[in-house]
Design a protein around this ligand. Sequence first.
Ligand code: GLU
Ligand code: MG
Length: 446
Amino acid sequence: METQDLLNRVKEDDVKFISLQFTDVTGAVKSVDIPSHRLQEALEDGIWFDGSSVEGFSRIQESDMRLVIDPKTYTVLPWSPLEMRRARVFCDIYQPDGTEFPGDPRGTLKRTLARLKEERGWIFNVGPEPEFFLFKRNGPQAIHPVPHDVGGYFDFSANDDAVRVRTELMGALAGMGLEVEMGHHEVALGQHEIDFRFADALQTADNVLTLKYTVKAIAAQHGLVASFMPKPIFGINGSGMHCHQSLFDTQGRNLFFDEQDRYCLSPLAYNFIAGQLLHARALSAVVAPTVNSYKRLVPGYEAPVYIGWAQINRSALIRIPQYTQGRNQSIRAELRFPDPSANPYLAFTVMLAAALDGIDRTLQPPEALNNVNIYHLTPEEREERGIQELPGSLAEALRELEQDTVLQEALGPVLCEAFLREKWSEVEEYRMKVTDWELERYLELS
Ligand code: GLU
Ligand code: MG
């Protein structure tokens, strides 16, 4: 969409305000709002804002940054009231000297994908499966909200609040241009999943952010709280964001497909998988980037713990979904440890970097873990098979990232430093807090 088209659309849609959006290093959506009559000016000159107040952005002395609208990302927010119609656009961030800001997560992914296309003629596609919980507040003062329905995996109950909310959500998301493929109840009480069609990684990352704030906005209209926290409740499944990935060429051919192979995977796909397995422990810091993420990555809840790949095994880190005859385009590798607390721009940037390292070094993955329950293997058996574990904590994952020059290079020094600084401070804060568990365990005993 070009500038003039955008101005026309805003008029046709009777939009009153436009949110110019971008994310900080953690993936939190930031927004500068303008009335629509300032759009033309914003398109011509960009909008200046003070970057020093945004996590991971500039130092005080060089704080002014410029937002440049990406017109293709225009969409009306369907839940905004008609008389105050609001639309959003995503923006690229520039520095005062006119160069691209290297600490911009979206810009970093955009540049990475442009390079991939230019240098290799490839497109990185991602289809995500974000999971989330809907909670009802337990009274106005309640600190711990409670799950609000009684459904189980794929359960259907027509009178259920959750079904109403989910149906409305799917409608709203479709209205925002997401190709919703499926919405269903997840394994845990109050847990849901809405899947949308794969697209190139930039569009998918934009879609993930769109999905998250749309779900929150619509849930709030029903008096519910939507949460994408990876493990909100001990003892039941957490929320993941499995990512189905493939590489296409510019003619739209899936480069992962090879009918000669027993799993229909091409040599390129094997190298891709091997690269991600090799870098898995460092990748973890970015795709599962909160203290809470590591409470999800434990045995027993369909989340991965060990580093390996397989065709049907849901406990594997990378799963190759069953090939359906004739569906060559859909051959893909499902990475199962990302969760929805990740900044999708950073996550897709490092996932791709790890895979390309595998491709450039023609790495081969170890044997597939089909028909083995990895959880039942003893530590000695795992060691014999060379099966490593994911980090057990955010601190462990951050130390791995600090050793991984391939991933560091993909993020670039500015973004990488900002990410590590922010995440170490999260780890430190957590380390000093006294949790409920500690009180239960030690208060009377000590
Ligand atoms: N909720 C599970 C997870 O944490 C995944 C369940 C599923 O396979 O969809 O990854
Ligand atoms: Mg799921």
